[in-house]
Design a protein around this ligand. Structure first.
Ligand SMILES: Nc1ncnc2c1ncn2[C@@H]1O[C@H](COP(=O)(O)OP(=O)(O)OC[C@H]2O[C@@H]([n+]3cccc(C(=O)O)c3)[C@H](O)[C@@H]2O)[C@@H](O)[C@H]1O
Ligand SMILES: Nc1ncnc2c1ncn2[C@@H]1O[C@H](COP(=O)(O)OP(=O)(O)OP(=O)(O)O)[C@@H](O)[C@H]1O
Ligand SMILES: [Mg+2]
Length: 275
């Protein structure tokens, strides 16, 4: 195994083999335990219609249902948040995911107006805002909306970052990367898929092409095109298998380049950025 590969696997805590239901329970227990250590009663999660939020939302729904039963406190709830930028082409998938999860409540916030207002104000200052940059602003508007819901409903925000995204830093810093709890962290993409399969989730939700869908010039751009490496290759790498050198180098390039996302803001005591 490559030296950096072993270091990454250890840092992200990825297993080469999982028992899907055991990992599901581990995440559900984490969600239950965390809420009980806080004054909070609600889990808040943006549900896009993609694989990751389909899984994380199911974990949240099961966690709060068990908490209600075990404690008798009926105020525990899971709130799914629809966050379209105007119309969303795969809206039906998002609604299907929420129904399958059996969310206690669904909230809808269209992020288009807030995004456009932010971009327009920035442009007043003689700045060019690229489509790519605007995509990250959309992800941050989704973060603002979810924390708005959390603030109103005594909630904690769930993030869907998992090992295959953490290794590539494929998320918006302080956008979808910002959350209170990350139940998928440690799992790679195929492990998340295996859990959904074990849970008998609708196949179309876990077999669909992963996309951040943030760019207007390249709608529904597959993550694998953006990254230049496939999830199968990333998962193989994370599970300690040998992948071809080009793929391994691409993954490692992303890992090293996005180190700043896996640490807090630099201060006078931090040293990670000097290495
Ligand atoms: N050393 C460093 N090199 C580069 N940037 C550094 C930095 N240290 C701090 N920074 C800060 O980080 C910022 C760049 O990071 P960031 O804003 O995240 O931007 P960036 O990493 O350039 O873009 C985010 C990527 O994640 C993808 N994404 C986003 C959201 C969801 C998903 C998904 O899978 O669904 C994927 C998105 O398509 C895009 O490819 C800079 O503006 C700077 O403030
Ligand atoms: N249109 C949206 N509506 C609600 N939440 C969204 C939307 N787009 C992104 N999100 C939130 O941002 C997270 C990151 O997006 P990401 O694309 O990585 O995950 P996903 O869409 O759930 O799964 P996949 O990666 O397979 O597409 C989502 O899991 C979800 O919580
Ligand atoms: Mg997606």
């Amino acid at each position: 195994m490559r030296e950096l590969q072993a270091e990454i696997i250890k840092a992200l805590g990825v297993k080469s083999n999982i028992d899907p239901m055991k990992e599901f329970r581990r995440s559900v227990e984490l969600l239950k335990n965390y809420l009980q250590t806080t004054p909070l009663k609600t889990y808040v999660l943006g549900v896009s219609g993609g694989q990751d939020s389909t899984l994380a939302g199911k974990m949240a729904a099961v966690a709060v249902d068990e908490l209600r039963q075990e404690t008798g406190d009926v105020s525990y709830q899971y709130v799914a948040v629809r966050l379209p930028y105007n119309e969303q082409s795969d809206e039906a998938d998002a609604l299907q995911a929420i129904e399958w999860q059996a969310a206690d409540r669904t909230i809808r916030v269209n992020i288009e107006a807030a995004t456009e207002a932010a971009v327009a104000e920035l442009k007043q200052n003689d700045l060019t805002i690229s489509d790519f940059n605007k995509g990250n602003i959309k992800a941050r508007q989704r973060m603002i909306a979810q924390y708005g819901v959390a603030g109103a409903l005594n909630g904690a925000v769930i993030g869907t970052d998992h090992a295959a995204e953490a290794v590539t830093g494929f998320y918006t810093k302080f956008g979808d990367g910002a959350a209170d709890i990350m139940p998928l962290y440690r799992l790679d993409k195929r492990q998340g898929r295996a859990i959904l399969q074990a849970l008998d989730a609708p196949k179309n939700l876990y077999l669909k092409v992963p996309t951040a869908d943030l760019e207007e010039n390249r709608p529904a751009l597959p993550d694998e095109i953006a990254l230049g490496v496939t999830y199968d290759q990333i998962d193989d790498y994370l599970e300690g298998q040998t992948v071809d050198t080009t793929a391994a180098e691409t993954i490692e390039k992303w890992y090293l380049r996005t180190k700043h996302k896996r640490y807090g803001a630099v201060n006078a005591f931090s040293q990670w950025w000097q290495a």
